[in-house]
Ligand binder design. Structure first.
Ligand code: DAH
Length: 358
């Protein structure tokens, strides 16, 4: 008995070792340990042995079974690893190869515009902050001095998610301003951040799409004043539109989260139906801004007696349309490759103030 068992064990182990792939190994497993396999058959044969031999033979057989099962398992791991290695080798990409000149992929003008804004404002000391696109009421509204029932909530055409058990509803953020709140709650002033990202409103026509992009700006420091806001916007706009001496004006406006609030216009001219940024004679509304409302600072545990701030929010699509002469908002989201080829940007030429923006 012992001899045949040894034989059986050695045969199986040798076969396991020789198995060339996972399929062969599985076949072997079935032939050894499966219901009708060699070892199982031996197990069934135990019943025919006299009781005094049965126990010892059973133990020996079990040891063989365990040895074979373990050998199969470790061979399986080795084969799987070999399969993975082969796949990795086959799919390897040499990232150091130069880009092929005939590459057709282009960066979307939205991506380019955000990258340009980051290049300019980054140089001015702003860090990029991010927040979730699914927001709660506190960050999107209440902490921004827009309490429940405030009429500004209606103006936002909010997409709400289904009510939760406690009656509250999450929403798709209607602006990037909640990132102001998240930043002020998680970091100590002085703060200087921009927050580019997607925003959503239930609105769709020639000049509105349900998803669009904004860039939020926020500065909080001990002596921040409106002059800093104007200087910052002037620098940013003239760098972005690549126009020296860009005229900039403020018009009084209202936003619940800023006081005073303003809309900023930049100078432009329209000659022969062609819009030129930087000319004089006409104005183009470009963003909303203001000094951070004391209630907003308070909601974020910042003492408005000690700190002041300014904030601004601008529409990325609008900036891109103005700078690159893209006439129709909705084409941004058509996914038309011909459009992208025309208006898109060559990848890997990251905008920089030194090398040029676009
Ligand atoms: N959150 C505003 C909107 O979506 C834009 C805005 C206006 C942002 C003024 C600001 C600001 O930070 O100061 O319409």
């Amino acid at each position: 008995m012992t001899e045949t068992l040894d034989q059986l064990r050695n045969d199986f182990l040798a076969n396991v070792e020789a198995a060339e792939d996972l399929a062969a190994l599985e076949e072997l497993r079935v032939s050894a340990l499966g219901k009708k396999g060699g070892i199982s058959k031996q197990m069934q044969g135990l019943g025919k042995l006299p009781p005094e031999e049965r126990k010892k033979a059973g133990q020996e057989l079990n040891a063989v079974k365990t040895a074979v099962a373990e050998a199969i398992e470790s061979k399986k791991l080795a084969l799987e690893e070999a399969v993975l290695d082969a796949r990795l080798a086959e799919e390897a990409i040499d990232v150091s190869l130069p880009i092929r000149p005939e590459t057709e992929g282009r960066l979307h003008p939205i991506t380019q515009t955000i990258d340009e804004a980051i290049a300019i404002l980054g140089e001015m000391g702003f860090a990029v902050a991010e927040g979730p696109e699914i927001e709660d009421d506190f960050h999107n509204f209440t902490a921004l001095n827009i309490p429940p029932e405030h009429p500004a909530r209606q103006m936002h055409d909010t997409f709400y998610l289904p009510k939760k058990e406690n009656g509250s509803r999450m929403m798709l953020r209607t602006h990037t301003s909640p990132v102001q709140i998240r930043t002020m709650l998680s970091e100590e002033p002085p703060l200087r951040i921009i927050a580019p990202g997607r925003t959503y409103r239930c609105d769709s026509d020639m000049t509105h799409t349900p998803m669009f992009h904004q860039i939020e700006g926020l500065v909080v420091d001990k002596s921040t004043h409106f002059g800093h806001l104007k200087g910052c916007l002037l620098n940013f706009m003239s760098a972005f539109f690549e126009v020296d001496d860009l005229p900039l004006r403020f018009r009084p406006s209202f936003f619940p989260f800023t006081e005073p609030s303003a809309e900023a216009d930049i100078g432009c001219s329209r000659e022969g139906g062609e819009l030129k940024i930087g000319g004089s004679g006409d104005w183009m509304e470009i963003l909303g801004c203001g000094m951070v409302h004391p209630n907003v600072l308070r909601a974020c545990d910042i003492d408005p007696e000690e700190y002041q701030g300014f904030a601004f929010g601008l529409g990325v699509e609008r900036m891109a349309m103005l700078k690159y002469g893209i006439p129709d908002l909705r084409t941004f989201f058509d996914g038309d490759l011909r459009w992208l080829k025309h208006y898109g940007f060559v990848p890997l030429e990251a905008p920089s103030l030194v090398r040029g923006l676009s």
